[in-house]
Design a protein around this ligand. Structure first.
Ligand code: SF4
Ligand code: SF4
Length: 391
């Protein structure tokens, strides 16, 4: 079926459930390492998978503040979950990366830079918010003065099969961030899983020439009108059941005008400064560099590691941390994510995936913190004359 949306025409196709394995086979035949969701240790993680059977078949997930559980869902469904703790950034921007190695030789050191050969990766099951998170990191690593060639080369070697969300969790707020639940760009193929009393199939939208070439090799047919409509119904239902929302109206001004808000003290009194929120966030990109030697002193290496703005060391310069208090570190994270990121990169640094809410051990909720500041906006209480001076 040909669907018209905002002046664009999109042809939709259908892959029937028994033919989905062929998609995996074609990607493997074309040299891709297929990475997708799979259940391990009662969590949905991303890892190398070879077949449909490796997906979280019949499983579902539940996230709330400080809580994440995987349980039984509709037995036949393959993508009836939202998000585990891991994001695709672990492949594009790995947690640990060796930059070079050195070994002692003839009284000196020989330095061997790391090759960082990109892998040919096919990501299966990328959600709309995660596509937006990749676009956010693309702006950080592939634009401006500080481009990362390692990221860029890996990014160019990724084939993306997005899957539109057919359910939401209590922690999801992509609809209010305009990042989901429907994948609109940044994919090669986008699937919507449809399971009704008679059929189980995937409606397919093609997003690139590479996607079209792969689809050609997989049994498929044009979507009938009823099948294409099923996608729209599923997306509408998912949007209607969104767990949370974040009001982004003038959020940059709201947060930067409220640096002295008492809410920062309240949230800091609860925050453990563990950095979980930054580790699970698909857009956080801060790193540190560590030099390591072996005990003999004959070999050494330099590593790049994920860091977190919640650690004291992160802002340590000439004898002290710039952000010594917990309050200043939480405020830095949230104001950067929702406000100053816009100055730097032209978009929000948050895509509404909700991982930081689920994986915060004390259940701190970024949407609640933002709305508490909005509810008591101190900038609005500044007398008009002072407001004028502030400008
Ligand atoms: S700040 Fe939280 S909700 Fe926003 S993208 Fe990061 S983990 Fe997801
Ligand atoms: S907000 Fe939560 S996850 Fe983030 S550092 Fe504080 S306690 Fe840890």
């Amino acid at each position: 079926m040909v669907k018209k949306a905002k002046g664009k025409t999109t042809t939709l196709y259908v892959i029937d459930r028994p033919d989905l394995q062929r998609l995996f086979d074609v990607l493997i035949e074309r040299g891709y390492d297929v990475i997708g969701p799979t259940v391990r240790d009662q969590v949905i993680v991303y890892d190398s998978i070879n077949s449909v059977a490796d997906l979280p078949v019949g499983k579902t997930d539940r996230s709330e503040r400080g809580l994440y559980r995987v349980g039984e869902g509709e037995p036949q469904k393959l993508f009836n979950y939202n998000l585990g703790p891991q994001s695709w950034k672990k492949y594009l921007f790995p947690p640990t990366l060796r930059m070079w190695q050195a070994r002692r030789e003839n009284g000196g050191f020989v330095i061997e830079p790391e090759a960082h050969e990109p892998r040919r990766l096919a990501f299966i099951g990328v959600r709309a918010c995660e596509l937006s998170a990749m676009a956010v990191q693309d702006r950080v690593f592939m634009g401006g003065n500080y481009a990362d060639p390692i990221y860029e080369r890996q990014r160019e070697n990724v084939f993306i099969v997005a899957v539109n969300c057919g359910k939401t969790n209590a922690t999801c707020f992509c609809a209010s961030m305009n990042t989901g639940p429907k994948a609109t760009s940044g994919f090669d193929l986008a699937l919507t899983e449809v399971l009704d009393t008679e059929q189980h199939y995937f409606v397919v939208e093609v997003g690139s020439d590479a996607g079209e070439a792969v689809l050609e090799a997989v049994p498929h047919r044009p979507a009938a009108e009823a099948e294409a409509t099923a996608t729209e119904r599923i997306i509408a239902e998912t949007t209607a059941h969104m767990g949370r929302s974040l009001d982004t109206t003038d959020i940059k001004t709201l947060l930067t005008d409220n640096y002295d808000h008492p809410r920062w003290d309240q949230v800091a009194s609860r925050c453990l400064m563990c950095g979980n929120c930054t580790q699970v966030c698909p857009t956080c990109f801060c790193t540190t560099v560590e030099d390591v030697t072996d005990l003999s002193g004959n070999t050494a290496e330099r590593r790049r590691l994920w860091d977190s703005c919640f650690s004291m060391e992160f802002s340590y310069i000439v004898g002290g941390s710039v952000r010594a208090s917990g309050k200043s570190r939480y405020r830095q994270w949230m104001v950067h994510k929702l406000a100053t990121w816009i100055d730097q990169f032209g978009t929000s640094g948050c895509v509404g995936c909700g991982r930081c809410i689920a994986w915060c051990p004390v259940g701190i909720d970024i949407t609640e913190e933002a709305s508490a500041i909005r509810a008591q906006n101190l900038a609005e209480k500044v007398p008009p004359i002072e407001k004028k001076r502030k400008k």
